[in-house]
Design a protein around this ligand. Structure first.
Ligand code: SF4
Ligand code: SF4
Length: 306
């Protein structure tokens, strides 16, 4: 076994020990296939007000511009599929936001992985990224064999579905590289057919500016009236395209206590949501990613659903 193989195996084993669902590795290189796709997506204004998507265009496509002497991109996934879910007759928040903000949880684990690498392998330079501006995380995860990018544009696998976060460590260490897996969407169009706002404009292309996740989380202004009545009770994010995906029948509950919801969250009725006060908001979403919308943003979303 070569030293690169040995290091790669060590890193992957430690990632799983830390609770990551999967770990795959790619050479830190220019994302040649993604470049024209990203350019077209931006040209069609599919990023809506998500200005940050236009920034760092070159860095997004080449990790060597982000991290000095970058050699490898280590992609990791972390399951967030909850054991218990909200009932169907209430205003809904995306499952990824039930528990504590994933940024903190994942950063903690990535730090541990970096420490492990330093201890076991030696001085390795690198940077950790969690859903942070300039990394095309799904593209790297797919390149590293952690799943394929489905028609709903999320990463998924046959065994674990798609309810997981993606993060990366970009390091200046040569490792052995994984290969993409086969796309198993086949003739299925369940996600396209079920999307409440027809945001999946063609297979594999989501118009971000029509997506409920964008409206309820990213959009700062009023939600356009033409979408009134189309949100299917989603108040923060939207899981419809993932909920209907046949491969998510195989999702298994996560084992991360920090992702468990606040005890009051699952029992909130529509009436509770409509009457939510800032105090309740602070209590229930104290450490959750829902805080991103602030109280005023969540209120705007709920008022839009009434
Ligand atoms: S998250 Fe919801 S609105 Fe966005 S593409 Fe999926 S189903 Fe459509
Ligand atoms: S719902 Fe069907 S088309 Fe959509 S991602 Fe899942 S398998 Fe692919």
């Amino acid at each position: 076994m070569s030293i690169k193989e040995k290091h790669s195996d060590l890193i992957k084993a430690e990632a799983l020990r830390l609770g990551f669902l999967s770990c795959g590795i790619s050479k830190a290189d220019f994302l040649a296939e993604e470049a024209p796709r990203l350019e077209k997506w931006l040209r069609n204004n599919a990023n809506g007000e998500m200005q940050y998507m236009e920034n760092h265009f070159d860095k997004r496509l080449d990790p060597r511009l982000l991290v000095d002497d970058a050699k490898s991109v280590i992609s990791l996934t972390l399951n967030y599929y909850p054991e218990e879910q909200q009932t169907s007759d209430t205003f809904k928040i995306s499952k990824y936001a039930y528990g504590q903000d994933y940024h903190h949880v994942i950063k903690g684990k990535l730090k541990q992985l970096q420490e492990f690498i330093s201890e076991e392998i030696g001085e390795v330079g690198g940077r950790a990224f969690v859903d942070s501006a300039p990394v095309l995380d799904k593209a790297w995860a797919a390149k590293s064999g952690l799943g394929w990018i489905g028609k709903h544009s999320n990463l998924l696998t046959q065994k674990t579905g798609s309810f997981y976060f993606i993060a990366e460590l970009i390091v200046d260490l040569d490792l052995t590289y994984d290969h993409p897996v086969t796309d198993h969407c086949g003739t299925c169009t369940a996600c396209i057919d079920a999307c409440p706002t027809q945001a999946i404009v063609q297979p594999y292309v989501v118009d971000g500016s029509k997506c409920i996740s964008y409206f309820t989380i990213e959009l700062k202004n009023e939600i356009p009236q033409e979408f009134q009545g189309k949100f299917d009770d989603w108040a923060f994010g939207c899981d419809v395209c993932q909920d209907v995906c046949p491969w998510n029948r195989f999702s298994k509950p996560h084992q991360e206590p920090l992702f468990n919801p606040h005890p009051d969250l699952l029992s909130l009725t529509k009436k509770d949501w409509e009457e939510i006060t800032e105090d309740v908001f602070r209590k229930v979403f104290q450490k959750s990613a829902v805080k991103r919308t602030k109280f005023s943003g969540l209120k705007r979303n709920i008022d839009f659903l009434k």
